[in-house]
Design a protein around this ligand. Structure first.
Ligand SMILES: NC(=O)c1ccc[n+]([C@@H]2O[C@H](COP(=O)([O-])OP(=O)(O)OC[C@H]3O[C@@H](n4cnc5c(N)ncnc54)[C@H](OP(=O)(O)O)[C@@H]3O)[C@@H](O)[C@H]2O)c1
Length: 331
């Protein structure tokens, strides 16, 4: 085991977050129960915010960035985990209040870990990452609410060509739903079709302010955009339907009315992946293992070296990333 390694660290410079590579020692890691040798991490929108400084993600500095880990346990003081176990961590405050994934090693709390599902390699688990696991939480939430039933109805996915959107389309189409993809990038239509989308809606259409109750089009939806897009999605949802909202790529506001909720019993289900309880995580990962076509997953994945994080972070903030980016923390 190496004593020092390169990590992407968020600092505070002139009162603002600033990210850069730095040598970190094993002694700098927190005194948590399980030492994991990290194989891969990934690039999520939140990582983009943290690295570019566009969002104040790290609530204390210096802090290693990166919210997702896949790797192998090398030391454990917990009876639950032993050296050699293949594991995943998603969220739990990594890169916010806890040191994160962009380095060779991290010491994490035993209760944050879940076992790598047999269906996936360590690389595929990070191709899924928080974005994909959040899509599974959203689809789980819609089915558990009873808004959507496998094989029935049309489901809207916004931010379709992004990480959450891409995996949501693949998961929904595997369950037999008709999926309408909202994207601002028409050139991604063949890609989205290959994932299972059958209809398209230009994202500009959902970004225009619409009426409080519009034509009922969706039984449910997965929204990673927020703002006017989410308000319109709710106004277009059929009686008894629901939208699972997890993102704010288009804005954190919600300029709508209560009318869809009180006149059509439409539900707005909030989804937070960071502090989701373990049973929800296990349910989401078993859905991914059951329903996510690995050929589709591999087709939406690119693997990039950690050294490229600064430019990749800017690209995800600029809406230029398609699908999922796995980060090789050894390169
Ligand atoms: N609640 C949670 O636990 C949780 C977990 C994961 C992610 N998230 C949030 O979910 C969102 C998406 O994450 P991601 O990893 O999928 O990011 P991503 O890969 O960057 O995808 C976001 C997509 O949103 C669309 N978009 C970007 N800017 C937009 C704008 N100004 N107006 C409308 N649409 C826009 C784009 O889709 P098109 O190019 O197809 O239009 C883009 O590909 C982020 O806000 C992220 O923070 C939340």
């Amino acid at each position: 085991m190496v004593e020092t390694f390169r990590a992407m660290v968020i600092d505070t410079v002139d009162g603002k977050p600033a990210a850069g590579f730095r040598e970190v020692s094993l002694k700098d890691l927190p005194d948590n129960d399980v030492l994991v040798e990290i194989a891969y991490s990934t690039l999520n929108y939140k990582d983009g915010l943290a690295i570019t400084g566009k969002g104040r993600i790290a609530r204390r500095t210096p802090l290693i960035a990166g919210i997702d880990i896949s790797g192998t346990v090398v030391e454990s003081r917990s009876a639950e985990w032993k050296p050699g176990d293949k594991v995943i961590v998603n969220g739990w405050g990594l890169s916010e209040t806890e040191p994160g994934a962009y380095g060779r090693y991290q010491r994490v709390k035993a209760e944050w870990l879940i076992p790598l599902p047999d269906a996936f390699s360590l690389q595929q688990a990070m191709a899924i990452g928080t974005a994909g696991y959040t899509s599974a939480l959203c689809v789980d939430a819609l089915e558990k609410w009873g808004a959507i039933k496998p094989g029935e109805g049309e489901v809207l996915v916004t931010g379709a060509a992004g990480g959450v959107g891409s995996v949501a389309i693949a998961l929904l189409s595997a369950r037999g739903y008709k999926v309408t993809a909202s994207t601002g990038r028409p050139e991604t239509h063949p890609y989205l079709e290959s994932l299972g989308a059958t209809n398209f809606i230009d994202r500009a259409e959902l970004q225009q302010k619409g009426g409080p109750l519009q034509k009922e089009r969706w039984t449910g939806g997965v929204d990673s955009v927020g703002s006017t897009t989410l308000a319109n999605a709710l106004a277009q949802t059929a009686r008894g339907g629901a939208i699972a909202a997890c993102g704010l790529a288009g804005g954190a506001d919600l300029p709508g009315t209560v009318l869809p909720h009180i006149l059509r019993s439409v539900a707005l289900i909030g989804v937070d992946s960071v502090m989701a309880p373990k049973e929800q995580r296990l349910s989401a990962w078993s859905r991914l293992a059951r329903d996510l076509d690995k050929t589709k997953l591999d087709a939406i994945t690119t693997v990039e070296p950690m050294s490229k994080l600064p430019e990749l972070a800017q690209a995800i903030i600029d809406g230029q990333i398609r699908g999922r980016v796995v980060i090789d923390v050894t390169a």
